[in-house]
Design a protein around this ligand. Structure first.
Ligand code: NAD
Length: 490
């Protein structure tokens, strides 16, 4: 029987008390790996109360001491990188190298949060009036929570966790019930890193668990990453309950290719962006817009790359692309490809109905390219979240920018060009918070905010870096006079 995972609450591993569980499957083989418990509201309540109790001491712990368990955690993550990457590949499907890359980004966030003693410094002015000083200090909120998606189980919790605890909050993670094993492995390291009990906690679960987080009075802030529909819901319910919220949603990322781009480099990078992680990346290129004379070469090169990409089990070293997360996801993606054809697109490369030898039960969709996708159709606007690239064509840069800016999502937009003026205009005019110039996945480093716009983000302060520090702290402004001070001039 598959292992039923536990929660990590108040410094120990606890049975979730769940009435129901979700099978965690290896998407390459459909084999059951574990059971994720759907924790009831009582588990959230226990974690929130343990967090609130721990907060009293944790917020008084000097920042320089609070980061010591993070230094230790970084070393533990480095030492266990191979095992964690394998777990990511097993439960999420991406290739081993992609899993290692994901963990490097997680570690980078721990490193940046170790700078919290300077990152959370306040500001002050002496003598705003004679003998009166004014200070702005940052104080933690209390218990904060993050709810994360399936596609980066190792990295996305670390967009939040290190900043949350380093700033003096107690942190609760609710990972995706489809990929809970990576969190279990990471929390085994967190257990060893030396955080006081109640400071970092793990509650597995699904919708009801999330609702309990959104409604719990002890939880002061909620970070979310997932689909736009859920992001909107979580943002509304959390803010209606008086919580801070930052909610990252879905995406439909366009890439413009100018005729003067280096075509070999561009198409290689574009393919990695569109088909990497089987397209299950919020920064995946999903619409390519070759401009004018770029059309023929982009189409031919992309078709060739799509047809020859090696698809299979991500733990095999020669494999370049793994499966999608579930049978439902495969069916949905294949249905959307069919819908694209119905809408008038032509199927340049069809990745449907293909099997991987030795993994016949796996949820594989091979790289797919839809050409001449009608800009007004559903496929041009819907997030497919699979290895499907849509080609739309523009005659001029004006037309290309108009196509980019028609989108409701604003997670990322990229341009490939050798002309600085085109690049600058694109950077200036596009409605997207993360912009790539001759870059296919414009993922901000941990010391920059992850800046989704439009339907890709609900909130104002983003994840990572100084935005994370501001999100997890409230400012207090103190105006101070000491009448017996030597400088008194009254
Ligand atoms: P999802 O919205 O289905 O689930 C995300 C989390 O929300 C999970 O923990 C899940 O348990 C919970 N959840 C799902 N439905 C819920 C509901 N009705 N009520 C309460 N909680 C609910 O997303 P997913 O399928 O796991 O992830 C893929 C999506 O995430 C894609 O849309 C992708 O673009 C997006 N994503 C966005 C970013 C970003 O930075 N903007 C990054 C990664 C993924």
């Amino acid at each position: 029987m598959a292992e039923r995972l536990q929660n990590f609450i108040d410094g120990g591993w606890r049975d979730a008390g769940a009435a129901a569980c979700v099978d965690v499957l290896n998407p390459a083989t459909a084999r059951v790996l574990a059971e994720a418990p759907l924790s009831p509201a009582e588990a959230v309540d226990a974690a929130a109360k343990a967090g609130a109790a721990a907060f009293r001491e944790w917020r008084r712990t000097p920042a320089g001491e609070r980061i010591q368990p993070l230094f230790k955690l970084k070393m533990l993550m480095e030492e266990n990188l191979d095992a964690i990457a394998r777990t990511i590949t097993e439960e999420c499907g991406k290739t081993y190298n992609e899993s290692v890359g994901e963990m490097r980004r997680a570690i980078e966030n721990v490193e940046v949060a170790c700078g919290i003693p300077s990152l959370m410094q306040g500001v002050n002015n002496e003598d705003i009036a004679p003998g009166i000083d004014e200070h702005m200090i940052r104080q933690p909120l209390g218990v904060v929570a993050a709810i994360t998606p399936f596609n980066f189980p190792g990295m996305i919790p670390f967009w939040f966790l290190p900043y949350g605890v380093a700033t003096g909050n107690c942190f609760l993670l609710k990972p995706s019930e489809r990929v809970p094993m990576t969190s279990a492995k990471l929390f085994a390291l967190i257990e060893k890193a030396g955080f006081p009990k109640g400071v970092v906690q793990l509650v597995n679960g699904g919708r009801e668990t999330v609702n309990a987080i959104l409604d719990h009075p002890e939880i002061k802030a909620v970070s979310f990453v997932g689909s736009t529909a859920t992001a909107r819901y979580i943002y509304s319910r959390a803010s209606a309950n008086g919580k801070r919220a930052q909610c990252q949603g879905g995406a439909k990322n366009p890439v413009v290719i100018m005729p003067d781009a280096d075509m070999e480099m561009t198409t290689k990078i574009l393919a990695d962006s569109a088909f990497g992680c089987a397209g299950q990346r919020c920064l995946a290129a999903s619409v390519a817009i070759p401009v004018g004379g770029a059309r023929k070469e982009v189409s031919e090169r992309m078709a060739e790359i799509a047809r020859t990409r090696k698809v299979g089990y991500g733990l095999e070293s020669s494999v370049e692309m793994g499966p999608v997360i579930s049978a439902e996801s495969k069916a949905r993606i294949e249905g959307l490809i069919g819908k694209g054809v119905e809408e008038g697109a032509s199927l340049m490369v069809d990745g449907r109905g293909r099997k991987v030898s030795g993994c016949e039960d796996g949820f594989f969709v091979f790289p797919t390219i839809l050409d001449n996708v009608p800009p007004a159709g559903e496929i041009a606007r819907t997030e497919i979240f699979g290895p499907v690239l849509s080609l739309m064509h523009a005659q001029t840069m004006d037309e290309a920018i108009a196509l980019v800016n028609e989108r409701a999502y604003g997670n990322m937009a990229c341009i490939f060009t050798s002309d600085g003026a085109s690049a600058r205009r694109f950077r200036y005019e596009v409605n997207a918070g993360n912009v790539g110039i001759n870059v296919g996945v414009a993922a901000p480093m941990a010391y920059f905010p992850f800046s989704g716009w439009g339907e890709s983000f609900f909130g104002d302060l983003h994840a990572q870096s100084h935005h994370g520090v501001e999100f997890y702290t409230q400012t207090k402004v103190v105006v101070e006079r000491w009448p017996r001070d030597w400088s008194r001039k009254f």
